[in-house]
Design a protein around this ligand. Sequence first.
Ligand code: AMP
Length: 431
Amino acid sequence: MRVLVVGGGGREHALCWALQRDLPDATLCAAPGNPGTARHGSNLKIPATAVDELAAAVARHRIDLTVVGPEAPLAAGLVDRLRAAGRAAFGPTQAAARLESSKTFAKDVMRHAGVPTAASQSFTELAPARAYIARHAVPLVVKASGLAGGKGAVICATRDEAAATARAMLAEGRLGDAGREIVVEQFLEGEELSVLALTDGEQVQILPPAQDHKRLGEGDTGPNTGGMGAYCPVSLATEELIERVRREVLAPTLREMAERRTPYQGVLYAGLMIAADGTPYVLEFNCRFGDPEAQALLPVLPGITRHLAEIAAGRWRPRETALAATRAAVATVLAAPGYPDQPELGAAIIVPRDLEPGTLVFHAGTERDPEGGLRVHGGRVLTVTGLGDTVGEAARRSTDACELITFSGKTYRRDIAWRETREAPAGAARG
Ligand code: AMP
């Protein structure tokens, strides 16, 4: 079996790692990949968004299965192209990926399907947006409808701020095309939880919920990022809550997508706000594994990539409706100095060879220099996953390894999973 992983971040390295674990006889390629994916197979010098080139490479290399990591190639229709050419691909079609690429579309699906979500309205013109803002209580959340790389949602404490944000997106083009349409929605209170599920459009297998940490700084402070860490399992996610999410969110959404003749296949990722009464409100859908959630989840779900292959081949008969994690996992992102605004590139990276067993290092923004040394090549440089019998033990392993890896200006959070380890934070144990 020949497998192509599309993308070049930490998530894609984790996918390659998991594919090799689960399908040891498979030949792996990544496009564009990174020095981490190169350890598991060959990297093809093709950007993740070059749909034509990727389709040609799949034919040339006789790829049996393509697993698409990031959202951009899904939104650009890579899966449609590959399927039209008779090639198996894991991920939603362009039309189904609109659940992520258009928040307005997602809101419409949720409204029709009766899925709990914040009251909202979409706008392409500033004047009606301002009138709506004037009529509604603050805080309000103003969101770019399109793909904005995690920078598209702004929580506005005052109406002036909401109006200014709407203006920046609609009239001043702050987020480019992504912000030409906006969603203005009610602010929800509660606990955030990410629930990811595998689906072939009808059957659903829920993965152990993971928790992402978006803010740059410890204690959830500082600017938003692509994600600074993630962990699982999450104690907030009781079996009862998971079943509510299945019944009230995943099943009706998939039914609605099927009724619209755009059935959804792949990973459906629901970003949820769990209200005080336990209702799971959807903040957003993603149409892929999260990064860094994948680096926490894939290591503790042996066999998961066989499900991806079967879903893509249209012959998935899952025995369980949910997958259980074999261990706890904490994934910490090591970022470059200046991330997320102006990451400084080029520093030499040293990863010690003798990290503690139960530690995995996934590459993201790295490259090899001509001498074979490893250099910083992107904002998020590495993800370090610690495994353990408890979240506390996994967190300690991850943090210990992060300390031993060196590059100039290394930036990371020592408090990933703090909600679980609050009694004895991983960082506090060592002062
Ligand atoms: P989104 O891109 O829609 O997931 O939003 C990014 C982040 O903004 C979420 O993870 C939440 O922390 C926050 N957020 C988004 N929508 C809301 C909302 N309606 N109420 C409260 N917080 C929100």
